[in-house]
Design a protein around this ligand. Structure first.
Ligand code: ATP
Ligand code: MG
Length: 286
């Protein structure tokens, strides 16, 4: 490669007297040229991976450093909002609460960026037995406040017996949370949202339905692209990065699952995900 040697091809003959014909020489030159190209490509790929790694480190470090002051700012606002430092009037309260919402939005954006960066780099993740009903119930609990604020008629149905899937708990939490969060976010006050856990053959299923704003037909093919938001969603909810569903798609793919979506503009949306059940092999660790 230029003046640089990137590899040596060694050739051994059975007898010392053997001569190399011109044809063979040509062939060997061709072969070494091809091998040289392979090595060059491999070196270039390694370099690209290094650059990616550096970008990832930069992104995660920056996100980390951004997260602390934003989270700090949020706790300060919460202290004022909760009246711990004296009474505040309704106007002040409203402004403080808007500030809290903005900081929430920033924290979500930061964690979305970190998720995207890490899934693109395929950071090695731990997989194991995940209790799907318990996990979903936890997520539902976490979203309770928003459901209450919007007076949404929310139902959660789970089988009595726990269902186990094979996966990475943090990632599955992210995926399920994003889907339920969207249902709540894009449903008007007094609307209906339901979450149903079920099973079909080797799969556990989660079905999330809402009576929200729905998705225009022409937006359907873009929904799972990074940063995409449909025009009616932008109008309805001013905040959103459009990263949620692309993160969901990546996670479900990594789990060998499937995702189905049906929606009607102005009527509502249903998303159903299938996740492979955990198979107990009966082997015990010694
Ligand atoms: P964020 O990244 O903060 O979650 P977002 O909710 O706008 O922002 P996604 O979760 O990726 O982004 O969703 C992409 C788009 O899909 C939304 O902007 C909206 O247009 C549409 N969408 C997703 N779920 C629903 C739903 N339940 N009802 C109506 N539209 C939805
Ligand atoms: Mg979303």
């Amino acid at each position: 490669k230029g003046n640089e040697t990137i590899g040596i091809l060694k050739l051994y003959f059975n007898s010392p007297k053997e001569k190399i014909s011109e044809d063979l020489k040509e062939l060997l030159l061709c072969i070494s040229g091809e091998i040289g190209l392979l090595i060059q490509n491999d070196l270039a790929l390694k370099k690209l991976k290094e650059v990616d790694r550096e970008k990832f480190l930069f992104l995660t470090t920056t996100a980390h450093q951004l997260r602390s002051p934003v989270a700090g700012l949020q706790s300060l606002l919460e202290i004022i909002n909760n009246g711990y430092v004296g009474e505040i009037n309704p106007k002040q309260k409203e402004l403080i609460q808007r500030g809290i919402k903005r900081t929430n939005y920033m924290l979500n954006l930061i964690s979305d960026l970190v998720s995207l960066a890490s899934s693109e780099l395929q950071v090695k993740k731990e997989y194991g037995k995940v209790s799907l009903c318990e996990l979903t119930s936890d997520i539902v609990d976490f979203l309770k406040e928003r459901v209450f604020e919007k007076s949404i008629d929310f139902t959660f149905n789970r089988p009595k017996k726990e269902l186990y899937v094979f996966g990475n708990e943090d990632d599955l939490r992210k995926a399920i949370e994003n889907i339920i969060e969207n249902a709540v976010k894009y449903t008007k006050e007094n609307g209906v949202v339901s979450v149903i856990i079920g099973e079909k053959q080797d799969f556990a299923t989660i079905t999330v339905s809402d009576t929200g704003i729905g998705i225009p037909r022409e937006s359907l093919s873009n929904l799972f692209h990074d940063f995409y938001r449909s025009p009616n969603a932008k109008e309805f909810a001013e905040h959103g990065t459009g990263l949620g569903l692309s993160i969901v798609k990546r996670i479900i793919q990594e789990h060998n699952g499937r995702i189905f979506l049906a929606s009607e503009l102005g009527k509502g949306t249903t998303i159903k995900i299938f996740l492979p059940k955990f198979k107990d092999t009966g082997l015990k660790a010694s």
